[in-house]
Design a protein around this ligand. Structure first.
Ligand code: SF4
Ligand code: MG
Length: 323
């Protein structure tokens, strides 16, 4: 079957100005031919450090930001070329949940209004039916019916994320981009939200692009994973295989430095020494070469292409085949 979402060679360059008193413009290659697919009902994890292009991928795929090149197909439709009307229909089927749900909630708007708004705007419900749909959404995300009459500040972070999820569900989407949805929450609350997302995935056959810097979270929620490094996909594959036997040296390092999910034990050592990579000045060749324990001459000169390493697995590294 064809994938629900197919992202091919997506590229995006930002121009930024910085420096004082003389500002210089720099080009940031935020996305460099990013490709991945998501099947119906599947959770794909997109993993990497901050600045690797994870959030930009979601924004470009949803057309909240323009792409420079590449294609996004959703259920066979060309998203980047869609007309305004077609895009409005597509938006019902593709939603986004942010890290900080408060940022997407109006502090002066009651929760019932916030949840009812998309239904009203799209002409899907009004009056008592709208009230019932809102109550059903609240119940689905585990909030009491009286939440509808309250304001965002009356809720905890975890409850606000439930509201953000309910709002994303209102229009009955097939796919949700979840951008670090649990990163701001306590570990115990994280687990509750992840259980909710998993229940929704199964009950609604909902697909997710689950964006996270936290490999541990991805491991428990996703079926497949795409690893990004400075705007490029460096590895992708089924979650079990990727963790059992990571191919790319960066994925190996991510795995080795992933925090131990046990509060009694200290967090495992983080990466190799050195500054986190800057998307402003990506190293030539393989972007990862300055941090790679296995780098050799070719790595400094030539960017490795993403190629199939085994059925369903792909890696971009000169260690694996290729002429
Ligand atoms: Fe390391 Fe070279 Fe592979 Fe890049 S291409 S990950 S530098 S071995
Ligand atoms: Mg981000």
């Amino acid at each position: 079957p064809s994938p629900l979402l197919e992202v091919r060679d997506l590229s995006k360059t930002f121009t930024i100005r910085r420096g004082f008193p003389v500002a210089k413009t720099s080009l940031v290659r935020a996305l460099d031919r990013v490709s991945f697919t998501v099947a119906r009902g599947e959770a794909l994890g997109v993993v990497g450090e901050s600045g690797c292009g994870k959030s930009t991928t979601a924004r470009v795929a949803l057309r909240l930001t323009d792409a420079d090149g590449g294609t996004v197909r959703f259920d066979g439709q060309d998203v980047l070329a869609a007309s305004a009307g077609a895009m409005r229909r597509l938006r019902r089927r593709m939603q986004i949940v942010f890290q900080d749900p408060a940022s997407s909630l109006d502090p002066r708007q009651r929760i019932g209004e916030a949840l009812g708004e998309p239904l009203r705007v799209h002409g899907l419900a009004r009056g008592s039916e709208l009230t019932e749909r809102v109550a059903a959404l609240l119940a689905e995300v585990g909030l009491p019916a009286n939440a509808a009459a309250r304001f965002p500040h009356e809720f905890s972070g975890g409850q606000r994320q439930r509201i953000g999820i309910a709002r994303a569900l209102a229009l009955g989407p097939d796919l949700i981009f979840a951008d670090e949805p649990v990163s701001a929450l306590d570990v115990s609350v994280q687990a509750q939200i992840l259980r909710l997302l998993e229940a929704l995935r199964q009950a609604r056959n909902l697909a997710f692009v689950f964006i996270s810097h936290d490999l541990g979270v991805v491991r428990h929620f996703c079926q497949r994973v795409t690893v990004m490094y400075l705007g490029r996909v460096v590895e992708s594959g089924p979650v079990g295989q990727l963790f059992e036997e990571p191919l790319h040296p960066y994925t190996q390092l991510l795995k080795a430095s992933s925090p131990v999910p046990d509060p009694e034990r200290p967090v495992a050592m983080s990466f190799q020494e050195g500054e986190p990579p800057s998307p402003l000045k990506p190293p030539a060749g393989c972007h990862f070469h300055p941090r790679c324990p296995r780098a050799f001459d070719r790595c400094r000169a030539e960017a490795p292409a993403l190629r199939e390493a085994a059925p369903g697995r792909a890696v971009a590294c000169h260690l694996y085949g290729g002429a």
